[in-house]
Design a binder for this molecule. Sequence first.
Ligand code: HAM
Length: 421
Amino acid sequence: MVNKFQSIKGFYDVLPERQKLFRFFEKIALDILDQYDFCEIGLPLVEPTSLFIDSVGSFTDIVEKEMYSWKDSLNNDQLTLRPEGTAGCVRAVIENNLTYNGSTKLFYRGAMFRHENVQKGRQRQFHQLGVETFGLSNASADAEQIILLDRLWKKLKLKNISLVINSIGDAEDRKIYRSQLIEYFEKNIKTLDDDAKRRYKNNPMRVLDSKNKDMQEMLNNAPKLSDSLSSDAKSHFNELQELLSKNNINFEVNNRLVRGLDYYNRTVFEWITNELGSQGTIAGGGRYDYLVESLGGKSTSACGFAIGIERIVLLLEQNDQLTTYLPDIYITNNGAGAQAFALSVAEKLREEAYRVSVNLEGTSFKSQFKKADKSGAEICLVIGEEEVEKNIIQIKLLREKGDQFSIDFSKLIENVKKILN
Ligand code: HAM
């Protein structure tokens, strides 16, 4: 018996139709990142486990129960498949001294791994595009990233997306707030569910994120972090809001937004859609001014975000947008010498930067025309034995059905340009 293999739960093949949407997203996103002068950094998929414990935090969902970690039996290293990119990026910045010239603006993309419950928009292997700015403490750095994202959503023609922001203050503000919260939860211990009871002492702010309906009233009455913010943190947050307003970015301040990773301080933000069910966060991020130092680097302000690419692809699919790159020209061919001629015609057209698909199946013209129609191309070229002999080509306009004429091969580019430009 031969074993029949299947991909493991939460890990998917990206089939060609969907991969086109990944490419579409990436192309637009990469162009925008160039416009904002962010440089790409390539990072390993595997890092020391302790890097994530020390950065994401031991009492977070990610570290507590979602990491793919193992001991490399060849040298006893404790390793983890990266669940997110910020930790590795900070490690690389410190290790390679990338802030020696002051600030630096980086981005990375690729697979991340979290052992989560699988559902629509939530996989165990997923892809992020992450962006990190190092060495800038002012609110302009946070604002620039949010403005970039706003531009990206517009270019992708995504609709019904909203921005939620909050400030979770600095370490000192949060220390005071944490003890206020713990005290408050202790007073309301009867209303806490098991999950909240388990984590309120170690991670009280995460309890605020609970979606449990029975806890909402108690949570709404909990002390607010905004009341404990230092004046510096407050003015940073005010400045950010002014910058966003000046750039016509709509946002909502939600005092309960804290995010699921421990390294943040001051600004946190999420972009949310209501079109994906419960997994509606398409991008999230914030400031993490203490992380570089806490991982052994020089004290360096930083902020960043990551986009969940699968969720964007789902939105593109749902909206049924014309997002894929269709061929401009489809070349049908049949008969002696026709395919060889078709290949050289295609090269000539590609030289002019057209997207060309050549039918290589050698089937009847009738069946090739059907494929040409389906391809989405605007022009179909028809090459048969007669065309090869006389060095001519027939042009068939696919959008205006039936319109077909012959031209000399030497006039091909001229004619194609007239039709397509
Ligand atoms: P995060 O909120 O954990 O932040 O992830 C960012 C985005 O990745 C989410 O908003 C979501 O779109 C996507 N995502 C997360 N988990 C999954 C999953 N299981 N399946 C599909 N998509 C998922 C971070 O990872 C931070 N490193 C972001 C950051 C960068 N903060 C500062 N710099």
